[in-house]
Design a protein around this ligand. Structure first.
Ligand code: SF4
Length: 301
């Protein structure tokens, strides 16, 4: 598997992490009720102090990462929908991060309907001016099926997600990533497989996989309390992941393989397994079945 950790360790000669940053601007989809599974606190790293100046967030993130042996990092605008913030605030924060030689690049995570040309053009200009660094946009796709997207209140379509990926691709210095969730209500193996095939065909260069988690206080948690939502057992998820990884071309960097919500907010599934244990099981499943990333990919582009 072509994993983020190995890809960047080879490139930079040492471990590269990500420092999550928060611009303090709520996601515009919250005005429409928000995504059914989303609660910001569920995915906020413990070292991140929302509302603190970016310099403080970076310092705290560095203290945490470097304490674990990392020597470089991506500034990761992950919280909420950073492109909904005033562009000057976002780009000032980018410049603050880039002033640190240990910062190897910027990743901006966003919604398909929150990618104005004004942001894309400015981000591409920044990328052109910072040739040694990488500039990525991670698009929240979740599913390529409009029925599912409606069910979880995403308030965008697959067509919009595909168009967002295409528009990023028009700027050659910008990398394209897709964020997917497996196990969304109403979806089975075929729907998830089709989603992977579609984002691969859209030309992504990075991918993040998540299994559906129910977070306390969300619409999904209320639905789950009324009528339980089917959730993955660990080995079922890992078998599916192993199979779907075969569809992802080898050149695509895998940034994430499962969700890691804050344990005190997690309603389910409660796996009680560390990332290390999940890695060991996934590797064993892939080895036992002779599977490797990309072996069944339709396209190696
Ligand atoms: S778009 Fe992202 S931040 Fe906004 S509500 Fe949905 S999952 Fe949460």
């Amino acid at each position: 598997m072509h994993r983020f950790s190995r890809h960047y360790r080879l490139r930079y000669g040492g471990p590269v992490g990500k420092i999550a940053l928060d611009l303090g601007v709520p996601c515009p989809n919250r005005r429409q009720g928000g995504c059914a599974y989303c609660r910001a606190a569920g995915f906020t790293p413990f070292y991140l102090a929302p509302g603190a100046p970016v310099t403080v967030q970076l310092a705290e993130g560095r203290r945490y990462l470097f304490g674990k042996g990392f020597v470089r990092y991506f500034a990761y605008f992950q919280q909420e929908t950073p492109t909904a913030a005033p562009l000057d605030a976002l780009f000032n924060a980018c410049h603050t991060a880039l002033a640190d030689p240990a910062c190897v690049g910027i990743i901006v995570s966003t919604r398909p309907d929150a990618l104005p040309d004004a942001f894309l053009d400015r981000f591409a200009d920044l990328a052109a001016a910072e040739e040694e660094r990488e500039f990525w946009i991670e698009v929240g796709v979740q599913s390529a099926h409009d029925q599912t997207l409606a069910r979880i209140n995403r308030n965008h379509t697959w067509t919009e997600a595909a168009a967002a990926l295409a528009r990023i691709g028009e700027r050659p210095r910008l990398g394209r990533g897709a964020h997917l969730i497996f196990g969304l209500p109403g979806e089975g193996r075929e729907e998830m497989r089709a989603t992977v095939e579609r984002v691969v065909a859209a030309g992504i260069e990075a991918i993040k996989f998540h299994h559906l988690q129910v977070i306390a206080g969300t619409a999904l948690a209320r639905q789950h309390a009324r009528r339980p939502v089917p959730l993955f057992a660990p080995d079922d998820y890992l078998r599916l992941l192993a199979e779907l990884l075969t569809l992802v071309p080898e050149r695509v960097v895998v940034h994430r393989l499962w969700s890691t919500a804050a344990p005190d907010l997690l309603v389910g599934p409660q796996w009680g397994l560390s990332s290390h244990e999940l890695n060991v099981r996934l590797t064993a499943i892939m080895r036992q079945n002779g599977l490797r990333q990309g072996m069944h990919a339709l396209s190696s582009r």
